[in-house]
Design a protein around this ligand. Sequence first.
Ligand SMILES: NC(=O)c1ccc[n+]([C@@H]2O[C@H](COP(=O)([O-])OP(=O)(O)OC[C@H]3O[C@@H](n4cnc5c(N)ncnc54)[C@H](OP(=O)(O)O)[C@@H]3O)[C@@H](O)[C@H]2O)c1
Length: 345
Amino acid sequence: MTHSAPFRIAINGYGRIGRCFLRALVEADMADHLQVVAINEPADFRGIVYLTRFDSTHGRFPGKVEAGDGRLLIDGREIAVTHASTPEEVDWRAEGVDLVVECSGQYGSRPELMRFIDAGCSRVLVSHPANSAEDVDATIVYGCNEDVLGGGERIVSNASCTTNAVVPVLDVLLREVGIEQVLLTTLHAAMNDQPLIDGYHHADLRRTRSAMQSIIPVSTGLARGVERLLPALGGRVQAKAIRVPTHNVSAIDLVVELSREVTVAEVNALLRAAAEGPQAGRIEYSEEPHASIDFNHDGHSAIVDGSQTRVMGGRMVNLLVWFDNEWGFANRMVDVARHWLQRTR
Ligand SMILES: NC(=O)c1ccc[n+]([C@@H]2O[C@H](COP(=O)([O-])OP(=O)(O)OC[C@H]3O[C@@H](n4cnc5c(N)ncnc54)[C@H](OP(=O)(O)O)[C@@H]3O)[C@@H](O)[C@H]2O)c1
């Protein structure tokens, strides 16, 4: 751990990902180095304190959570809390914010994201893919392309949780074997953009349906998101996203047409070697008889379930990749924030 002055971080949108980001910093013992000094979240203060302390998915907060005069105290460290619904209403300069992690999901275009910069934030790290590659200075999947960050960027996207899971795996296959085409289906846990029972909740009609009653295909920009990270696959990726009635942890059913023939043993050996070598901490490899709940609170971006690898006709490979869509992603946001900010000094 470095002993230089801490970086000052704000969280905008303190929902599933915003809260996981703060908690990931604490669990990684980085809260002194990347110091969260401000949270902006429309919810009331009482609710913010309560949902920091208690989390149905990840358990009780692993530290002391106190409330003091409109400020949240985490292990004694003070966080200013505001309840604005626009970036302009928050005095980011007063808190000397080096980076805002934008976790509300409300800002997808460059003009929208620039509102944070214009309001006094030096940098914005966004918890979803921007509308287009040009809307941000870079889209990062940590472990694959963080080296493109030079420190001078203003707006960076952390891509999506599914992109963080699938891109490192595809990257291994692309480098080691070669890829012709990719077809993937993500089986994604329910999210807060779905209602518990049917309700007018979203422009995507299927997202108006009860999250707990159905398996629900939803609209997704996943294919273009993967191609954004792996331009060599441009025009050769297709994807579907299906929400399933679980509270956390998702899976990718990944079909890849490779450039040459392989065996199950060879593909698994390649992914196991990546997990034990260059992608340690991001890719994990397992052949245990898993169910999704086994990966709740797992910080990896992707867990390759080698027991489910299939090869057809030599070149058609089918993989099962698990990921904790909240915790894995939030940990990669911490990685990108740390890496990016260190480049600025
Ligand atoms: N959950 C995942 O697994 C996951 C994984 C990777 C990426 N993401 C992405 O991360 C983003 C957030 O997802 P989430 O699951 O954390 O959603 P969430 O639980 O609904 O959290 C979003 C939070 O932002 C607040 N908010 C809404 N408008 C705001 C505004 N204008 N300014 C400040 N805060 C505002 C919401 O408050 P109200 O509820 O009061 O509106 C809510 O507390 C989305 O873009 C999502 O795609 C999510």
